[in-house]
Each structure stands twice: as structure tokens, then as C-alpha cells.
Write a protein that binds this ligand. Structure first.
Ligand code: DHB
Ligand code: FE
Length: 279
């Protein structure tokens, strides 16, 4: 049977792609951020997941403002990165795990999450950069299933709904009849706002409380509406829904193995969190 071996949550700021390309990991601006990853890589080298379910939000490569699914899942043999216009290099394609994708789609739709199934799906910085931070040689050692949550255009799903969505993903994985070690990755966040009078808004107190809650009280953030989350975390800060969904795939107690929190990278409170199921 398939098993969730852990959750890695990571920020996905496009500028990270430029820093990797230019080899700026030791630059004083970047070092405190990149230093958050060696521990996660050591853990990955030990745990060796076979497949990653990557919970992220599309920023316009697949769905633009005219068509915005709340929940979408990739069911493709391969996922290509494409030029998004940030001037960051296009990264190598990812191999899809089609059987797991279709199993998840069937199980989630059976669980009343009406997924858009995508047999073609491009992946943007929200997908590629966390993977490049985890596997810097970009010789991807695992296959992938992308899941998109709309964190971009109102109406967005509530934190409460996303928590249930994550639980449903977790149940579906546990019921999958292949022996697979499944890593769940949640991307984006934490607090940031890219536009308007609050551009550059960051809320460290809220971010740290949210990070703590994922271990101690994972439903804490579900008390808030999306509008409240925008107020606390910024318009793009609600990408934390991806983190929450990823966390909710693990039922029961979890252990925090590692975290990093650094302000700012570009306009974003940059954070990394590694969680493992409690033995
Ligand atoms: C930035 C952050 C994001 O989450 C994103 O998708 C694009 C840009 C930023 O801080 O620059
Ligand atoms: Fe983003």
C-alpha cells in the first residue's frame, strides 16, 4: 500500500530561480534562505520517496483569470515547465505518476471534491522551484502528481475546505494499492502581498503562529475566512492554503523535523517546514 512519508512546505518566489541559475546561494542576501534546505535534503536522501504530490497554485500558465478551477489535478505522463516571463530558466520536465493521479481523481471526486482532471498541464515556478531546492541537480529522482488550488482569484476555497481536501488526499493515498513512498509538498506563502497600497506587507507573528499550529493544532487556521487570511497574511499570503492542505494529508500526530523562516525574499516571508508522521 502507498504511505505518506512526510510533508515539505516551501515558499516559491520566482527570484529563487534566478539565484539558482546565477549560483548566488552563498550571497549574503540569499544564504539565510538557501541554508534552510540541506537538512531537508539529508532527510530526503534517507527517506527516498518514490513520488511527490505537489500542492501548489497555478499563476497563469494553465488557468487565467477567465477560467479558474478551485481544485485541479494533473493526470499526464509528463509535466513541462514553460517560460512565465520572469526571466528564469526553464527547468527539465517531470515524469508523471498516471496511476496515482487517476486513483486520486476518482477517490477525491467520490469524496465530493469535484476535481478538474488535466491530461496536459504545464508547471510554473510554484512547482519547479521547490523541487529544484529539494533536488538541486534537477535530475528528478521521483515521479509527480501536481494538484492546483485556486489561491489567486476570489472566490477561493476556505481554509476549512482545504483542510478537508488534504484529509481526503491522505485517505486516497493510504488506499492506493501500489507500494509507494509518497512525499507531499505544499508550496507558496508565507505572508506576502505583491500589489496595491499594502505591497510588501509581511506578518511575522501570524506566520510563526501558523507554522507552529501545523504541528500543535493543525485546524487553528480553519477558524478564519479567506478575507481574514488576506488581512493577516496578504493577498498572496493565502497560498498558505497549499501548506495547510499538505499538512492535512497526514492524519494523527506529526513531528516537526526542521524549519527555516527568513524575511524577506523579494516581497515574501520565505519559509521552509519539514514534517514527519509521529511513529
Ligand atoms: C513573489 C511571490 C510569489 O508567491 C509569486 O508567485 C510571485 C512573486 C515575490 O515575492 O516576488
Ligand atoms: Fe505565488
Amino acid at each position: 500500500m502507498a504511505k505518506i512519508v512526510g510533508v515539505v512546505n516551501s515558499t516559491h518566489v520566482p527570484a529563487i530561480g534566478g539565484a539558482i541559475h546565477k549560483g548566488m546561494q552563498q550571497d549574503p542576501y540569499w544564504k539565510p534562505f538557501f541554508d534552510g534546505f540541506p537538512k531537508v535534503r539529508e532527510w530526503l536522501a534517507r527517506i527516498k520517496p518514490d513520488v511527490a504530490i505537489v500542492i501548489n497554485n497555478d499563476h497563469g500558465l494553465n488557468f487565467f483569470l477567465d477560467k479558474m478551477p478551485t481544485f485541479a489535478i494533473g493526470a499526464a505522463p509528463e509535466y513541462k515547465n514553460a517560460d512565465e516571463g520572469w526571466g528564469i530558466p526553464v527547468l527539465p520536465a517531470f515524469k508523471g505518476h498516471e496511476d496515482l493521479s487517476w486513483h486520486l481523481a476518482e477517490s477525491l471526486i467520490g469524496d465530493e471534491f469535484d476535481m478538474v482532471t488535466c491530461q496536459e498541464m504545464a508547471v510554473d515556478h510554484a512547482f519547479t522551484l521547490p523541487l529544484a531546492l529539494l533536488y538541486p541537480d534537477m535530475n528528478w529522482p521521483l515521479s509527480v502528481v501536481p494538484i492546483n488550488i485556486n489561491t489567486v482569484l476570489f472566490p477561493t476555497p476556505s481554509a476549512k475546505r482545504c483542510f478537508k481536501f488534504g484529509q481526503a488526499i491522505g485517505r486516497a493515498v493510504e488506499a492506493f494499492d501500489q507500494d509507494l513512498r509518497v512525499l507531499v509538498i505544499g508550496t507558496g506563502g508565507l505572508s506576502h502581498q505583491l500589489e496595491g497600497t499594502r505591497a510588501g506587507f509581511i506578518n511575522k507573528e501570524f506566520d510563526l503562529k501558523f507554522m507552529d499550529s501545523l504541528t500543535s493544532e493543525p485546524t487553528w487556521v480553519t477558524q478564519y475566512t479567506d478575507r481574514e487570511l488576506v488581512k493577516f497574511a496578504g493577498t498572496q499570503g493565502i497560498e498558505l492554503l497549499n501548506w495547510l492542505t499538505a499538512r492535512a494529508t497526514m492524519s494523527g500526530q506529526v513531528k516537526e523535523l526542521h524549519r527555516n523562516y527568513h524575511i524577506p525574499i523579494s516581497n515574501t516571508a520565505a519559509a521552509t517546514l519539514l514534517l514527519e508522521p509521529h511513529a
